[in-house]
Design a protein around this ligand. Structure first.
Ligand code: COA
Length: 717
């Protein structure tokens, strides 16, 4: 049995840090790490380790970690790949908890075995590995800059987990320039051992971390990540940038850190499911971080745009629509509040346009008025550079306004548009911790991110309306019947189920295939049709007939007894004529599935996230329209409903042009059943019901066709 893992807290707050591979040579990485640790003023002792001993940057050098003789929780390893195992053994003797492995030359270059050995050794000796292939680690709490990245780190409340070292290094400089402070920056590199989920465990409860920003290229152990993200977004915003969206990008990511990128749509949907804010790119992510740090929680999402430029106001209105921000449109109230500060040529409608005549005083006045009106929940404040703008006063005025808005719990996104003077003004304000933007779309995107995070938090806090869905609704399936349905395929070494096995599986998970009976005689066929209910379909049953329609073996849409009798006789006659020596196993009488709305429901084992479910518009359009949503398992009814609502198929289910509302409960039920099937049975790798025909509520849904792939010895066909 492996020894217990060290407490993750000691990675961020070590009692001592060793640099194994510390060098007196200023050109070496091991030297730079010691220098960085000193420069930031680490709150714990620094122990350079080098077999040659001596002194580095005034610190005595231990020949081995084992001879340090004091508590060392973190060892930064900066020795060549061939020496890392020796160094790890030395660290194990010293009682080190965490190996921060800077060294490259592992999975990213194909050296999987070396990486596996390192982790196995570490775990067997009670140590955890961060990396390998990383630049080090920064933790503000311990003033610990244990890496060879930049020194100019601004301490603050944003924690960054990054899979790319270079991006991490760049983010240190970029955050400092944007006035964003960091509580920690943790590169995970090849994620050989510690990954985002382990780090979130600490960051979630760390009071010094207000926001977590994750740069991710590929997901390993997606299910763990999903659970960790879910737990973290309940208490603080998590922003994710995932590259490898494009096929080319995904290929590059795979060779960069040796991990699997996975389908981007799946990633996107699952992030939304767990309340993660997904930024398109680094600039956007940093803007969100700046805005969300210390942002008040809005009372609602009715937003006001105040501008001194009509065009900028129009652009902001467009941007609000793009980011789903509803504008306050109580024009009577707006006129009452803003008429006095708005010239006649302006507008008090939203956007409130103060026009180019507005001075900083007008601008301030309008924003103070907005603050006095409780029906305005958030403001986008735009100022375009004009000759009337007194730049000397503006930064102070904005800073005062920002303070007043924060005190009142009202989010405000400032946007200043103009040239060099504006740029200087923005830099001054950002340095003072005020989130100011130079583009209306960025300002709107920030507010959109705040609203999305707030909606997620509210949904987690308040129970959903019981009429809509039941968070606790659970479904159960018949496990023994599932095993029985899979049995024949397993016995034959098939990777797919035959039609009747698929139908048995459907019944086993509590779903409804079309009602069907096999009749041996005309009387039985008539009785079966009456039992099933009209209209019905008749089909010949014979192992000699593969394409039933070709030999006249199918009759559709039979409305009554007489039609069934006529069709039965016609089918037998036609088949006997066309297939000499025909042996008939009977005639299958099946429910004629018609009406209803066709959707597709499915489930599969995603290489990154494990079991996931899928919903989309059904029938022949699914591939063309790509109108699908994904979720990770387990799946609550409310989550199932939210994935349906994400698609255009939802509108069809609600009924268009006077149609009745379809039985959406039956669809959420089907999705939950599939979630239980793939969540509890790793033999089923892919299951797709297409179409699931959904009837007006409360008539349920019929699974017309099911395709099931299972693990097996040989490929289908
Ligand atoms: N314990 C302690 N020190 C050891 C040691 C051991 N077991 N084995 C060797 N050393 C010492 C060496 O003697 C040397 O010290 P010296 O300068 O006094 O001789 C020091 O460790 C460094 O070893 P060296 O062989 O000089 O390696 P290096 O500094 O040229 O390179 C790495 C080491 C880790 C930097 C390099 O292998 C590497 O992986 N570089 C890429 C790092 C990277 O890019 N990471 C990803 C960032 S995103």
């Amino acid at each position: 049995m492996s020894p217990a893992s060290p407490d993750i807290r000691f990675l961020f707050e070590p009692r001592g840090v060793a640099v194994v591979g510390a060098s007196p040579d200023p050109g070496k990485i091991g030297h730079r790490i010691v220098g960085n640790l000193q420069a930031m003023g680490a709150r714990c002792p620094i122990y350079p380790v080098n077999p040659k001993g001596g002194e580095i940057l005034g610190l005595p050098v231990a020949r081995t970690a084992a001879e340090i003789g004091a508590a060392v929780d973190v060892a930064v390893i900066a020795v060549p790949v061939g020496r890392v195992l020796d160094a790890a053994a030395d660290c194990a003797r010293a009682g080190v908890g965490f190996l921060v492995v800077v060294t490259s030359g592992y999975a990213e270059t194909g050296n999987l075995e070396g990486e596996r050995q390192l982790v196995a050794f570490a775990r067997a000796h009670g140590m955890r590995v961060l990396g390998p292939n990383i630049f080090g680690l920064f933790s503000a709490k311990a003033s610990l800059n244990a890496g060879f990245g930049p020194r100019e780190i601004r301490p603050g409340n944003v924690a960054i987990i990054t899979q790319s070292g270079a991006m991490g290094g760049a983010m240190i400089g970029m955050t400092a320039a944007e006035g964003i402070g960091l509580s920690a920056i943790i590169p995970v590199g090849n994620k050989a051992d510690l990954d985002e989920a382990d780090l979130l465990e600490y960051l979630r409860d760390d009071p010094a971390t207000e926001i977590v920003l994750i740069y991710i290229e590929g997901v390993k152990q997606g299910q763990r990540l999903v659970r960790a993200l879910e737990a973290t977004t309940r208490v603080k915003p998590v922003i994710v940038i995932k590259s490898g969206r494009s096929r080319r990008g995904a290929m590059a990511a795979a060779s960069h850190t040796g991990s699997l990128a996975g389908a981007d749509e799946v990633f996107d949907d699952i992030m939304r499911q767990v309340g993660v804010l997904r930024a398109e790119h680094l600039q956007e992510a940093l803007a969100w971080c700046g805005f969300l740090t210390g942002a008040p929680r809005p009372a609602g999402d009715r937003t006001l745009i105040v501008t001194n430029g009509g065009g900028a106001g129009v652009a902001a209105a467009d941007a609000c629509e793009k980011y789903g921000i509803p504008l306050q449109d109580d024009f009577e109230m707006l006129s009452r509040v803003f008429a006095e500060v708005t010239p006649d040529i302006g507008s008090t409608k939203n956007p409130v346009d103060l026009t180019g005549q507005a001075t900083a005083a007008h601008y301030t006045d309008a924003l103070r008025r907005a603050l006095g009106e409780p029906a305005i929940h958030a403001v986008i404040a735009i100022y375009c550079e004009t000759a009337l703008l007194a730049f000397d006063d503006l930064p102070d005025a904005i800073q005062r306004l920002a303070r007043a808005y924060r005190a009142a719990g009202r989010p405000v996104a400032f946007c200043l548009l103009g040239g060099t003077r504006v740029t200087e003004c923005i830099a001054r304000l950002r340095a003072a911790g005020v989130a100011v933007f130079n583009e209306v779309y960025t300002a709107a995107a920030c507010l959109g991110a705040l609203n999305a995070w707030d909606r997620h938090r509210r949904a987690a806090e308040t129970a959903p309306a019981p009429a809509e869905c039941d968070e606790d609704r659970a479904v159960s399936i018949d496990f023994a019947a599932v095993r029985a349905a899979l049995g024949p395929a397993r016995a034959d070494g098939r990777r797919f189920l035959l039609a009747r096995e698929g139908q048995a599986l459907l019944r086993a998970i509590g779903m409804r295939p079309p009602r069907s009976l096999v009749a041996g005689t005309l009387e039985e066929a008539v009785a079966a049709a009456a039992t099933i209910g009209y209209p019905v379909v008749l089909k010949i049953v014979s192992k000699q007939v593969v394409h039933k329609s070709d030999v006249g073996g199918v009759a559709l849409d039979l409305e009554n007894r007489d039609e069934v009798i006529a069709a039965y006789q016609a089918i037998l006659q036609s088949c006997r004529q066309r297939v000499p020596g025909l042996r008939i196993g009977g005639v299958e009488v099946t429910e004629m599935v018609r009406g209803g709305t066709e959707v597709i429901v499915g489930a599969r084992r995603d290489p990154a996230f494990g079991p996931i479910v899928m919903f989309g518009l059904g029938g022949i359009y699914v591939e063309v329209l790509a109108d699908v949503a994904f979720r990770a398992v387990p799946l609550s009814q409310c989550e199932a409903l939210s994935m349906i609502k994400e698609t255009r198929a939802h509108r069809l289910l609600l009924g268009v042009r006077g149609e009745e509302r379809r039985d959406i409960d039956a669809v959420t039920d089907a999705l939950q059943r599939l979630a239980v099937l793939v969540g509890t049975n790793d033999e089923v790798t892919d299951v797709e019901i297409n179409p699931l025909v959904v009837y007006p509520a409360p008539e349920g849904a019929t699974a017309v066709d099911i395709r099931v792939a299972i693990r097996g010895e040989s490929p289908p066909g």
